[in-house]
Design a protein around this ligand. Sequence first.
Ligand code: HEM
Length: 405
Amino acid sequence: MAVPRVSRRGLLGHAGTTGLGALTGAGLVVAVDPGTPVGPPESIPAAPVGTTLAPWGPHQPGVAQAPPAVLEAVALDLRPGVDREALGRLMRLWTGDIEALTAGRPAPGDPAPWLSVPGADLTITVGVGPGALGSDRFGAGPAGFTDVPPMVHDRLEERWGGGDLCVLVAGRDATTVAHAVRRVVADARPFARLRWTQQGAWNGTAPDGSPQTGRNLFGQVDGSANPRPGTELFDRTVWVPEGRWAGGTTLVLRRIRMNLDTWDGLTREEQERSVGRRLADGSPLTGGGESDDVDLAARDEQGRPVVALDAHVRRSHPALHGGRRIFRKGASWTREVPGPRGPRLESGLLFSSYQADLADQFVPLQRSLDELDSLNEWTTAVGSAVFAVLPGFEQGDWLGRSLLA
Ligand code: HEM
């Protein structure tokens, strides 16, 4: 019997009215003509429309959002002589930019207004590095705000670290994000110069448009055991509870290189053992589903711990740290670097950790992982920066006023 050739256009058009199941159920073999152009837009399921988030409230809204499809983190250094009053002017400018861009309107004086669109999931989050603190700038930082001390496994490069100010631009498409980055950096020019930018992407949306945890470039489901936004645990973990910085948080950004070549050489069992969760669905090796906690006491038939003593989830588990937690987000990156035989790829994770008290929550956890963590064999921090994330602002007010006025 001749196989009926069904073009992608025809298939999609047909499937749209009768359902693909009916076609395949009837035993029809579908061959896609490789020369046929992709079907007309109306036959492709529409992408889910993103959200337009209001920028106002007690907290900057980007913090509690799931990892964005596209993240660009920008660090700037203040120019000499930029004092509290000048910082106030910059924060007012940025407040106008944030209010316009996140609503999908052009920023004031925007030469490319067509690039601002609503529904872009756009958030713009501003943080302040150690160099922008002090009496003539933002004053003292939140309790416990400190640099991350050097770790044995770190191989930090100056070019990926530090910064007096940080702007995290998050959104669902790279064009809108790049345009917003350009506006905030341009408006900051009299006050601050660019220090570094780092980009990353996250697959937090399943093909059917529903939210999913997402995977890093090792292929692991990453973010399962995070405190859930909107819960009391999340609020306690993330927001500074009182004082001048109440409603703010602290951010640690670590640029982590991942050695995919050696990782890919492991067996699946070795890969799963190094973390303590399954690759297929992120469920703990001790059973249950992705959202279940690992059972650190579980033993196998030989009496050995099911979750290895150096497994990443054991070493980072709150049970080992007096219940202390962090809120993590990832953004994966790949770039070309020179190699001995021509260019090669380098990949990794732009790891963000949010916590109310950096010294009390992040530092002991990072130290514990530096002392022992199976993942250290394939991961190396090459950049590190800390920022105090400003509290949110209400409509009619401006970002950072309570700290600068
Ligand atoms: C490239 C580096 C890293 C990779 C690939 C990685 C991967 C993972 C994976 C796959 C999980 C299990 C799923 C989940 O709960 O999210 C996990 C959990 C976790 N990771 Fe990482 N991680 C990395 C770096 C870090 C760093 C630097 C920290 C903190 C300093 C950290 C802290 C945690 C914590 C607290 C958990 C949850 C533990 C639990 O409560 O079960 N991770 N990580």
